[in-house]
Design a protein around this ligand. Structure first.
Ligand SMILES: Nc1nc2c(c(=O)[nH]1)N[C@H]1C(S)=C(S)[C@@H](COP(=O)(O)O)O[C@H]1N2
Ligand SMILES: [Mo]
Length: 549
């Protein structure tokens, strides 16, 4: 193919170059994470801190089956704990006959498994739900999923060393994991049924290696739980203790996170009715999901290229949970009347780490699949949208429409890319639009214009301004639960009284107490929330005098 046509055919303007040098990012300076090297292209979804980030979707796909550590999505509820390999300890206790304390060297000397696993946050693709109505979560795009080779000791091995009482019990038993990140609502922890952990076919490991290196700080250095087929939220990072118990984890985050509540529930009602404790709403295994990654958002095809080019290849990823196989992926170009079968590749099956294990009587699928389908270019002519849906071994597929839920979890509706015709001078192009762009990035066909521009909304919201001025240093002192100020758009708010009733929880505010939270606030709040702020307004941030040149 003529290269000029090739270039006009695929204009991947969204693809930034890969930077090999991953250093300290200026955005981390002044935060507790100022010591962690991070990839500059990672899209930050909750302002500067804590670090919650995904790679640009096209860049993620360019990496192929295995995601480099620096581009793997990150979900941190708070600051990354500074831990040392030499001094870190794992304790194993509870309903075991020989409680253990293990060093990292002890752990590394035990038998290990090493194999690829795709991690997915239960909030992957949440922004699509947020476009319907703001949920309590921030705007994940479709790249809250990544795949790495994880190395670690089987959890069942450690539990046996500790003398776990295996076999049948009258009561269910749980393995409770605790991390050492210090969060305003206590430690991050969660639990899984003991039976899931003890079944070796489930491949639950305590991982210390990621893609041939020790875990990076953001991914749980030096030790984390790895529970293939389950949501990322169960895979506790910076793991310091394991307790076998007849009760589930008592961590706040085990109950108030990673649940799909019925759509009619808002935060107030959920808390009033204690619905967080309903075991039916916990998320463990992933649901079936897929996304279109080619065409990329804003990709354009020149119509003049139709003369010489006959086909276009649509591509994407698909995954499902519980070790099930993705059995088919289909696309529709006519709003779901007809579905075309895509080619499916499962690189996991050819991966040496998986082949080396020999024949597995019950094959488990822990990784994402890739799909592609070539269609004649002319099929886009009267096409409004490309939709994709995947199916798994239980013949479960994705719903057509999203089901909104207050935590914005498990969105797996058909991924739909709009096809528009645009002109530039005499040239006509097909232009593709994804449903959303991650974070507060503009663009996407689901994104409706805000009723009022941000600045105007702020001004109308604030019917009064007073003359009080506070310096950054003054605000910084009010950084505790009993005395908590924040800055948004150069206005100072005392939200001490608001903490307990904040629909997003106390820690969402406390983690940034005394700081400028403009980015963090804008990442997840609606104009309605913005107008509620007025009640807490106490004055303005004094301007920092400009240095004279
Ligand atoms: N200790 C601890 N473990 C944690 C979290 C956390 O904030 N603290 N986040 C969880 C969530 S919600 C997800 S999706 C995964 C993300 O893992 P990753 O950052 O390595 O991609 O870690 C999980 N384990
Ligand atoms: Mo997550």
């Amino acid at each position: 193919m003529d290269t000029s046509i090739e270039q006009s055919l695929i204009t991947l303007t969204t693809n930034p170059p890969i930077h090999n040098s991953v250093g300290i990012d200026s955005r981390d300076v002044g935060t507790p994470d100022n010591w962690i090297p991070r990839h500059p292209e990672m899209i930050r979804l909750t302002g500067k801190h804590p670090f919650n980030a995904e790679a640009p979707l096209s860049l993620l796909m360019e990496q192929g089956f295995i995601t480099p550590n620096s581009l793997h999505y990150v979900r941190n509820h708070g600051p990354v704990p500074k831990l040392k390999w030499e001094t870190h300890r794992l304790t194993v206790d509870g309903l075991v006959s020989k409680p253990l304390t293990l060093s990292m060297d002890n752990i590394e000397s035990l038998p290990y498994k090493e194999f690829p696993v795709t991690l997915c946050c239960a909030g992957n693709r949440r922004k699509e739900q947020n476009m319907i109505k703001q949920t309590k979560g921030f705007n994940w795009g479709a790249a809250a999923t990544s795949c790495a080779i994880w190395k670690g000791v089987p959890l069942s091995h450690i539990l046996k060393l500790a003398g776990v009482e295996d076999g049948t019990h009258n009561k269910p038993r749980y393995v409770c994991f605790a991390g050492c990140d210090k969060l305003p609502n206590g430690y991050y922890g969660t639990s899984i049924p003991l039976e899931w952990a003890m079944n070796d076919a489930n491949d639950v490991i305590l991982a210390y290696g990621m893609n041939g290196e020790r875990l990076p700080p953001d991914h749980g250095y030096p030790l984390r739980a790895l529970i293939p087929g389950c949501i990322g939220g169960r895979m506790v990072k910076w793991l310091s203790s394991i307790t076998v118990s007849d009760k589930e984890s008592d961590s706040y985050y085990h109950y108030y996170d990673n649940r799909v509540l019925p759509p009619e529930y808002d935060m107030e009602r959920a808390t009033k009715e204690k619905i967080w404790y309903n075991p039916d709403y916990i998320i463990n295994k992933l649901n079936i999901n897929s996304a279109i990654t080619t065409p990329a958002h804003n990709e354009q095809i020149s119509l003049s290229s139709f003369v010489s080019t006959k086909e276009y290849t649509i591509k994407g990823y698909a995954y499902t949970g519980g070790g099930h196989k993705v059995t088919r992926v289909e696309i529709s170009l006519d709003g779901g009347k007809k579905w075309l079968l895509a080619n499916l590749t499962q690189p996991e099956l050819e991966h040496p780490a998986v082949l080396n294990r020999g024949i597995n009587p019950i094959p488990r699928f822990w990784c994402w699949s890739f799909w592609s389908i070539s269609v004649p270019l002319y099929s886009f002519i009267r096409c409004e949208e490309i939709a994709v849906r995947a199916w798994d071994a239980s013949h479960n597929t994705q719903p057509q429409e999203p089901t909104w839920n207050v935590m914005g979890m498990m969105n797996n509706c058909h991924f739909r890319v709009k096809v528009n015709t645009v002109s530039q001078g005499k040239e006509f192009f097909l232009a593709f639009q994804h449903p959303t762009q991650p974070g507060n990035n503009p663009g996407g066909w689901m994104v409706k214009p805000e009723p009022l521009p941000l600045k105007t909304a702020m001004v109308t919201g604030l019917s009064t301004t007073n003359n009080k001025k506070y310096s950054i240093n003054q605000v910084e002192k009010h950084n505790a639960e009993g005395d908590c100020w924040i800055i948004i758009d150069k206005k100072v708010y005392d939200c001490t009284k608001f903490l307990k009733v904040h629909p997003g929880g106390i820690d969402a505010i406390l983690i940034n107490a005394g700081k400028d939270v403009t980015d963090e606030f804008n990442a997840i709040h609606s104009n309605r929330a913005r107008s509620k702020l007025t009640n807490f307004y106490i004055g303005d941030l004094s301007e920092i005098p400009q240095a004279k040149i």
